[in-house]
Design a protein around this ligand. Sequence first.
Ligand code: NDP
Length: 329
Amino acid sequence: MFKALIVEKSEDGAISSGVQQLDDSQLPKEGDVTVAVDYSTVNYKDGLCLTGGGGLVRAYPHVPGIDFAGTVEQSDDARYKAGDKVVLTGWRVGEAWWGGYAQKARVKGDWLVPLPAGMTTRQAMAVGTAGFTAMLAVMALEDHGLTPKQGEILVTGAAGGVGSVATAILAKRGYSVAAVTGRPETADYLRSLGASRIVAREELNETVKRPLESENWAGCVDAVGGAMLARVLGQMKYGASVAAVGLAGGAALPATVIPFLLRGVNLLGIDSVMQPFANRERAWKRILSDLPMDKLEAISKTVALGDLPDLGSAILKGAVQGRIVVDVN
Ligand code: NDP
């Protein structure tokens, strides 16, 4: 028997969740690797899966948890054997497939990445999907030519998971980071991660009135989308890039194409879910070298499976700071 957080949907459509005992026969049949999970995390998407939002979960009862790290217990995949430490993010695990909010998971070997040497399973989940995606965003900006001497980098949704890790990585790499937050009380936290300037959310919330404003930012990691992203596009320096990661502020993009045409601004889409294996390995290696582990510790706090129902709603309200690690044991 093992513990899992099960989300159920009643006949009248109400969503409820709680910790239950399962046995191995209830694990998904499709997977070829069984993993004893150490840790999972809480990401924005987990908030949707825990509360039934976004239409992400198709079948109930469901085990959410879009990422996990743990130890292989049994494997029919030649690349993995019992005892191997592994990490999983994406592939719609925790949405279309049962996820990491359980002491055991059965998944496809194709979806796993060996835990990077020198990293613990807890550290991997303090990074989690949000931090992994922040790394992908920084890599994409640098692949498009970004260097620290080009000027300030804007990070939106900075006190959230993606934003906190992006701020810490960029600061460690020598960038000057301007952190956008709607929570002024997080200013000291953001400065401790390396932000050199705090920008109030209200300054960037207004819809675009002029398609081009002053050229302020050499790059941007955007976790917010919506009106804020539209506004930021008009403030980018000539030839600069924005890595579009999230939609915490909305999915619509009420922008003009003028920044692309007159300033050569680039909008780089960042997807962590279907990312090819080679780039996943590259990103995890970069996390080891570019994310200070003491900062990662300061970003993250640990909760238990039973805390998840409340945290699901909290992250959707933008009320979670940094990263939440779930100790499933
Ligand atoms: P968090 O909730 O931890 O962070 C989001 C942050 O955005 C909040 O903390 C808040 O920061 C800010 N925010 C929230 N609501 C609003 C609003 N209405 N207007 C402006 N800012 C707002 O979530 P994550 O960091 O886990 O995820 C961030 C986004 O990235 C989500 O949309 C998520 O779906 C997406 N994502 C995408 C991935 C991909 O593969 N592309 C992978 C992972 C995440 P503050 O209080 O500082 O203002």
